[in-house]
Design a protein. Structure first.
Length: 220
C-alpha cells in the first residue's frame, strides 16, 4: 500500500479543498493516521474506497475517542535582562487545548489485501449535540458502529440512515464512554441489583417504619 504521505497528496488532489493532516502515533504500534476535515470527509472516503490503486473498500472498525480539556506545560528559551545583562533562560509556559471528540475508522482493501489505513474526524468541541458526517453511505459496515459511537459518546452523525441508541435504552441520560461520565447511584431500575450496586440503590429505598411494641410481642 502507498505511504500516508502519498495517500494524503493524492486525496487532496482528487477532492478539491480537502484538508488532511497526518497524525503521528508515537506508541509501540506506530499506527499513524489521517485526520480529514469534516466538510470533505465523505468525499475523501469515497476516493479511498473507489481509487483503483487503493480500493479500501471495507471498514472493519469504527470507534469513538474522548479528549478532555488539557493544559500542556512546555519549556522554552526566552531572553531576559538579569542584573543588567541579557541572558537566555528556560521558562515554563502553559498552553491550553480545548477538548473534542473523535470518530476513528480502520479501512482495509478486500480487493488488494492491504491495510489498515486509519482515518479520523474531530468535532469542534465536547458539547452535547456535537456533529460529524456519517461515512455509512460509503461503508455500509459503519452503520451499527456509528450508532454505538452516538450512543456511548454522543456524536451525532449527519446523513446516517438510522441514528438511534443501540446499547442503552432510549430514556437513558448521558453517554457512558465519555471520560467525565459519572454513573448514577440509583439503580432501582436494575432487575437484580447486587453487591455495590445494591448498596447504592438502598440509599434511595423508603425507610421502613419501626414496629410498635405490640407487633414485637411473640405469641405465647
Amino acid at each position: 500500500m502507498e505511504t500516508l504521505e502519498q495517500i494524503k497528496a493524492r486525496a487532496e488532489v482528487a477532492v478539491a479543498g480537502a484538508k488532511i493532516d497526518i497524525i503521528i502515533n508515537p506508541g509501540p504500534s506506530q499506527q499513524s493516521s489521517l485526520l480529514i476535515d469534516n466538510e470533505h470527509a465523505p468525499a475523501v472516503a469515497r476516493f479511498l474506497c473507489d481509487d483503483p490503486a487503493l480500493r479500501l473498500d471495507f471498514c472493519s472498525n469504527a470507534t469513538g475517542v474522548d479528549w478532555l480539556d488539557r493544559t500542556v506545560k512546555k519549556t522554552v528559551k526566552v531572553k531576559k535582562v538579569i542584573d543588567g545583562v541579557e541572558k537566555e533562560v528556560d521558562e515554563t509556559q502553559e498552553e491550553f487545548f480545548p477538548g473534542y471528540l473523535e470518530a476513528v475508522y480502520h479501512l482495509y482493501s478486500m480487493a488488494h489485501k492491504h491495510g489498515p489505513l486509519v482515518i479520523r474526524m474531530r468535532t469542534a468541541d465536547r458539547a452535547d449535540g456535537a456533529r460529524l458526517p456519517s461515512l455509512t453511505p460509503v461503508y455500509r459496515s459503519a452503520e451499527f458502529q456509528e450508532r454505538e459511537i452516538f450512543d456511548l459518546y454522543g456524536i451525532r452523525f449527519d446523513g446516517h440512515p438510522d441514528l438511534r441508541r443501540i446499547l442503552m435504552w432510549d430514556e437513558f441520560v448521558d453517554h457512558p464512554m465519555r471520560k467525565d461520565y459519572r454513573e448514577p447511584d440509583d439503580y432501582e431500575y436494575e432487575p437484580t441489583p447486587h453487591d455495590d450496586v445494591l448498596q447504592r440503590a438502598k440509599q434511595h429505598y423508603t425507610a421502613r417504619p419501626q414496629l410498635d411494641g405490640a407487633e414485637n410481642i411473640t405469641a405465647q
